[in-house]
Design a protein around this ligand. Sequence first.
Ligand code: C2E
Ligand code: CA
Ligand code: CA
Length: 573
Amino acid sequence: MALNKNEVNTLDTDFASAESHFLNLISALPKVSVQGYDKERRVIYWNTSSEDIYGYSQEEALGKRLEDLIIPALMRDDVLSVHKKWLLEGIPIPSGELALQRKDGKTVHVFSSHVMLGEHTDSPEMYCVDIDLSEQHAIRNELEKLATTDLLTGLPNRRYLEMALEERVKKAGHESTSMAIFFIDLDMFKDINDTLGHTWGDRLLKSFADRLKECVGEASFLARFGGDEFVVLVDDIVDRQSLVNLAEEIVDCCKERFCLGTEKVFITSSVGVCLFPTDGVEVDTLLKNADAAMYEAKEQGRNRYNIFSNDLSVMLHKQRNIASRLRASIENNEFTLLYQPQVDLKSGKIVSCEALLRWTPNIAEHSVPPDVFIPIAERTDLIISIGSWVLEKACEQAREWRNMGIDICIHINVSGRELEQGDFFERLARCRENYGLPPHAIGLELTENMLIKSDEQVLLGLQEQRSMGVEVSIDDFGTGYSSLSYLKRFPVSHLKIDRSFLENAPESDYDGALMEAIVNLGHKLNLKIVVEGIETQTQLTYCLRLGVECAQGYLFAKPLAASAIQKRLECQQ
Ligand code: C2E
Ligand code: CA
Ligand code: CA
């Protein structure tokens, strides 16, 4: 049934009064701002809350156009277009969150809904009902900040860094810009934490972060990657010299001591640098390569920077290959132990031997030198299972020799990572027991650096071994810290002087003086001296003159298979 014209008019009037009633209700709500616009988007209504949110008084706003008041320049065309579509095609403007603009230019976040009154008349009116979201936005921003900020230093955290790097990489994809990634790691920070405690450690990190911030400037992006690691992103590095300069400045940040309350702390840092896009175009690769360059700086002696190079990339590739092949090497039976005799210089007899590991991968023709694969095994923790294999094999060999009446000590090289495991001494005891060996059948070789880093637990464990008669040697003595005051504390029985000292000692006064000093010191501390790497008769005579007890080197024998050692021992009896 169709309505007549009068009835339609009455309905329209009813609707209009209901609508204006509804509008009155809404506009009376606090924090809800309502603005009305005519067909040309000129303000015809502006409630008190709109004055608060947008900063324009009613007098200022009335008669002005929507787009000249609160619409940011970038949104202008969109607003005009949706308004037009609504008027001409009846497509409503969807509700949603908008970032509008206040009188003072600041952004204001609102949830905006739109109501059209008098839609089918000549003078349609658009009403915007805006709810101020400033508080929610502030909370959201605060949460976002918390999730992306490192609480200790106030710097962006790793998550933020990865997002920022991702963004820069994407952006740079279109432009031909370059970027440098600096990976900074404090040297021996663990020692500070261990000796001074975490509170001082935290203070040091905070002070270091402040110095770094000052050094790299506002334009760079500085983040705490985690622990004692920091990353800096620097855009538009113009040439290699400026890269080198900044790397040097970063290393120099630690030149001055850090004053932390009553403590003055000296620390250094190692810095790795890589370049985008030359050294990688993905976030992961860039961070990995900068980290690898940093690691290389540590290997080269710390307190320096290292720039990622093609050589390093090739080396890393090789190392990854080796690490992946090492994984299967134990099951594949690719390891063997050789034994190098240690000779008592007074009697000229073999009294012990050092077990030296050899690895010949099944698919390779040659063995990989231990100097190459041991450091990789240590970094990947594969050394734990490899070390267990060495211990087991050495015990098995000691048992076999004992059954044949051969009673010599086999020294095994123990890696720091093995000692850190905590159950090393238990495993050693269990293995000796399984093969029915007395404590002195297996000796241990440890490096100085490893001993210095050892905690009380490890030193106690060693003490216990020593009291049972286990020989414990400091390996490569003279190449590490050589901290003499420590020597007294370590429960050791032998000092193995590194080959490098002997090489020139008979001829060079300097090396000779060092050798003599080490031998005397060792003797004063009741330690037996073993000299490594004797190759010539001159070196042997020299060692005899110094009163060295024991020697090992190619002059007597290279590392040999167990059967060859047996033959030698048979001759000696
Ligand atoms: P290291 O403990 O200092 O072992 C002595 C190294 O000097 C051995 O090298 C040995 O072959 C070599 N050498 C002995 N006499 C002479 C000599 O007269 N002249 C010269 N030029 N060299 C001599 P190798 O077997 O290549 O082992 C290298 C390093 O690998 C070892 O140094 C040790 O640190 C590590 N390593 C070897 N086997 C093991 C193991 O089972 N476990 C662990 N953790 N490390 C091991
Ligand atoms: Ca050794
Ligand atoms: Ca050695």
